[in-house]
Design a protein around this ligand. Structure first.
Ligand code: AMP
Length: 115
């Protein structure tokens, strides 16, 4: 755990969050400033700063993150119409919180243009 990381503090129960899913390795909670009717952040509990920090040994973790997003999309009722998964990496990628997280966005039409 990183002491200053807000997502680590949510994992530790030190900061409140609207948690929609948790297991041994992952936590999912609603984004505090939602950009869509459904906006869930899915994070590995263990601190990894970004995709850029993932190692070859974390392939399984990275794969499970996407499968979990798919399952949560179903649970949130947005799987039928479709949804968007986003992972920002680093400053130019738009990453603000330096703890790896995947955005699950849905419930409205997404702009086909990225960026
Ligand atoms: P990113 O720009 O990819 O780093 O996304 C960070 C996301 O975290 C943003 O969409 C924020 O609204 C969201 N966020 C920041 N702090 C919190 C918090 N305490 N609880 C829930 N979501 C948060």
């Amino acid at each position: 755990m990183s002491e200053e990381c807000i997502f680590c503090r949510i994992v530790a129960g030190e900061l409140p969050a609207d948690i929609v899913y948790k297991d041994e390795d992952f936590l999912a909670f609603r984004d505090i400033m939602p950009k869509a009717p459904t906006h869930v952040l899915i994070i590995p509990k263990a601190h990894t700063a970004s995709v850029g920090e993932l190692t070859d040994g974390q392939q399984e973790l990275a794969g499970r993150l996407i499968i979990l997003a798919k399952n949560l999309a179903k649970k949130e009722g947005i799987a039928g119409k479709g949804y968007r998964l986003v992972i920002n990496c680093g400053p130019e990628g738009g990453q603000v919180v330096p703890h790896l997280h995947l955005h699950l966005l849905g419930g409205r039409q997404m702009d086909a243009r990225l960026g």
